[in-house]
Ligand binder design. Sequence first.
Ligand SMILES: [Zn+2]
Ligand SMILES: [Zn+2]
Length: 258
Amino acid sequence: MVEVRFLGSGNAFCPDGRMHSLVLLDGKILIDTPPTILLQLGQAGLSPADINTILFTHWHGDHIFGFPFFILERKYISDREGHNTLEVHLHEGGDKKLMELSEIAFPGSLTDVLENRVRFHHSKNGQVTGASDWVFERFKVNHEPATDPHGYQLHHTSGLTIIHCGDSGPCEEIEQRVGDAEIVIIEVGVPDGVPTDFHFKPSSLTELANNNPSTIFLATHLYTTKDESISDLPDNVIQVQDGDIFNCETGGIITKSN
Ligand SMILES: [Zn+2]
Ligand SMILES: [Zn+2]
């Protein structure tokens, strides 16, 4: 059994109080670090010290600006003794960006932690460090190129495959991979009519879901308010809310609690 927990489900604008999109896998792997990450973990009753691993998708502020706060909290509050090493998987060059960001946020305060208690991993595939029951493959997606956008295909030892598409518009990599996955976490940033290829929209998500009827799509990074939902999406698409927890088993059986 695998747990997929949404600590946030909104796009960069936090529509109507939705928190920035944030996924926690099995209580220990975070995908990205949005600006309000400490609030999001705290509201879920979790501590930054509980997190073993972070997988980064790309360098947009709504996905990374919480990193310095996360490290700062571990240093001074939840991991003062330095017992927990944080494993960070990211594309080459990302560690430099995170170090610069941390230095801008809290000059001089985080250097020792970043050097001694955080391990950066650049490999494109392999074991998820800090979570031995998962292996991953990182793949390029279609988003603002300056943000170096990627998604993750994650295989669990139980046989379950989950894909996190990152922040992306339609692209071949995603189209070719989603059929292999029971669960696909997909970010839907904008409504139809917004002139961009860098985000999935209701129409492109509908097409993808219809082409892959046995895959379940968990739609997040939403532009809709909490009370609104996008109408006429296929039955294999679930629009998530902040706090949703999905327990997933091989074969695509999922149960939801919130
Ligand atoms: Zn985003
Ligand atoms: Zn983005």
